[in-house]
Write a protein that binds this ligand. Sequence first.
Ligand code: GRF
Length: 200
Amino acid sequence: MTATIAVLISGNGSNLQALIDAVADGRLHAWITVVVSNRKAAFGLERARRAGIPVRYHPLKPYRDANRSRAEYDAALADLVNEYAPDWVVLAGWMHILSDTFLRHFPNRVVNLHPALPGQFPGAHAIDDALAARARGEIDHTGVMIHLVPDERVDEGPVLATQTVPIHPGDTHETLADRIHAIEHQLLVDTVQKLIEDGQ
Ligand code: GRF
């Protein structure tokens, strides 16, 4: 079974690259039909172009400048994504919170990747938050989770996969982020492939 996937990004796109590579070498039975970014400079757009994947740029600023609502932005995003008829929508470093205006178009079909374990360190600073908790002696590991996105809550929803990641003495943001990303790349591919196989 081959599924269609839309990938939403905002930045580097190393997880997108992991998906692209896994499609290319047959580990992921999918066709990435579109990559959407809210940031024009996102390197992930370049990764998609190199792989021959259609790209779309959907910035929020013009909506803000025109006093248009976030719901209008999300509705337009849903229309845009729907043009590519994805079975799954993968948020791979997408830095906007998605409202129900978007999510209701893809019930149980939106998958998010977050660099922390369930219930820990939601939001954009999860890696630094984990390092700070480590410095206070509260934790000795953090992790990665992949979950479905049922509603507007940030980095919450039915958990599909988790993996712990140790925090080593002397870790910096860069060293911990590198360790986390290496695990994300593998876990994201495996989890999306499992979703496709289960045909949920
Ligand atoms: C990842 O750490 C992901 O967990 C978080 O954003 C980061 C995206 O990294 N949501 P990249 O753009 O895939 O390199």
